[in-house]
Write a protein that binds this ligand. Structure first.
Ligand SMILES: *Cc1c(COP(=O)(O)O)cnc(C)c1O
Length: 406
């Protein structure tokens, strides 16, 4: 095994990963962020806190999630052997519960009464509503009215879980307005409320904290993969929206220089149309939502509208650590289109009996491109970040005719 170069532990004390990250927020918020940082760093090394988290990960989430060898798909593609880290098998069906639980327990220990967040498609909202119900905190989820109509089942789930869904009626009534409204709601009472960010984005300490709550994915996978094969995977592949599931898989392998890593962004319907969310591929350094990262922005530095068939991937910024990993060339960032993701969605369903989330289907699609170019003794480990139940009606209505569904 190659262990030539040890990467510096990041972020630095100011929350920077290279030139990215930091805290670009109004002065009064700095104190609050520092309070969260101090509390987090204390509980990170607190035996009782870690014990509570580990116990819930095991008995509530169902960890460790298995690593599964895709015999049929690998054989059909003819090349490298493909493995999946099955985060789709977690309680609530995706990796998001990993950081939502961590944030909820931290908020509770900090004496907060309520956790709040915005949600777009409702996945973060449902995971947080679940964690809030479990640890016994009030929960406000801000959601654009247009999204509430589109994602009705998730609205119902959150309400069943006892969460207060706050309809946002301003502007386009989607995610961006929900972010603004949640932020406004938060600054009204930051003493009693905790803003639970849904990915490795936002001001320090969130990119660090959410990464730490997610890195169990790679730690488990490394051990499981070694048990199964006696070695480390040749490549890792994960989809990148904000970047939490990808950094969760990558972190345990960053010092293993022989392990190649690929983050997969959505090229949507194509770069020429502007309907994509390929932030690391086409963006440039800028500031968004309180931190510095690659941003898809216009000449005035305003975020551009973004699009992906997978709503969990359409964000015009990206985690600061991914921005840094791109610059130092430790991770390669590639793209997959809507059409390729849909193809992978059906391929995995029909060869392995696993219906992936459309977000995760981007990672599967890239592995399907990579495998035939590799030797049969080589391996690819894909983070299957979530299950596809949430996507079946949409896929059947829009693409079903092409795949014999309707
Ligand atoms: C939200 C989501 C993503 C994208 O978020 P990251 O922070 O980039 O991981 C990916 N997959 C699934 C299933 C999701 O729900």
């Amino acid at each position: 095994m190659h262990r030539a170069r040890k990467l510096e532990p990041l972020p630095d004390v100011n929350g920077y990963f290279g030139q990215y990250g930091g805290q670009y927020v109004p002065e009064p918020l700095i104190n609050i962020l520092n309070e969260i940082t101090t509390a987090y760093l204390y509980y990170k090394d607190n035996h009782e806190f870690q014990q509570e988290l580990r116990d819930l990960q095991r008995r509530y989430v169902g960890r460790p999630s298995p690593v599964y060898y895709c015999r049929n798909l690998s054989k059909k593609l003819g090349g490298a052997q493909i493995y999946l880290k099955r985060e789709d098998l977690n309680h609530t069906g995706a990796h998001k519960i990993n950081h939502c639980l961590g944030e909820a327990i931290l908020a509770k220990r900090m004496g907060k009464k309520k956790i709040i967040a915005e949600t777009g498609a409702g996945q973060h909202g449902v995971a947080l509503a679940t964690a809030a119900a479990l640890v016994g905190l009030e929960c406000d989820i801000y959601m654009g009215e247009v999204d509430m109509e589109k994602e009705h089942p998730n609205v119902v789930r959150m309400k069943i879980l006892g969460t207060n869904v706050v309809p946002v009626k301003i502007g386009l009534k989607t995610l961006k307005e929900a972010v603004d409204a949640a932020f406004e709601g938060y600054v009204q009472d930051p003493v009693n409320q905790f803003y639970a960010i849904g990915s490795v984005v936002g001001p320090h300490p969130f990119p660090m904290m959410v990464r730490d709550f997610q890195k169990i994915v790679g730690e488990e996978a490394k051990r499981q993969f070694r048990e199964m094969t006696g070695r480390l995977p040749g490549c890792l592949v994960a989809c990148v929206g904000g970047g939490s599931n990808a950094i969760g898989l990558f972190t345990a392998f960053l010092d293993d220089i022989a392990v190649r890593m690929y983050g997969v962004e959505p090229s949507g319907v194509g770069f020429k149309t502007g309907d994509h969310a390929a932030t690391l591929t086409l963006g440039s350094p800028g500031i968004i939502h309180g931190f510095k990262c690659y941003v898809l922005q216009d000449k005035q530095g305003r975020p551009l509208p973004v699009y992906s068939i997978a709503s969990g991937l359409d964000y015009p910024g990206v985690g600061p650590q991914h921005s840094h990993l791109k610059d130092i060339k430790r991770v390669e960032y590639e793209t997959i289109s809507d059409a390729e993701a849909i193809d992978a969605f059906f391929e995995l369903s029909r060869t392995e009996g696993i219906i992936p989330a459309l977000e995760s289907a981007h990672a599967v699609a890239y592995a399907m491109k990579l495998a035939p170019k590799m030797e049969s003794y080589e391996t690819i480990l894909v983070n299957l970040s979530g299950r596809g139940d949430k996507d079946i009606d949409y896929v059947a209505a829009k693409y079903g005719h092409k795949y014999g569904v309707n």
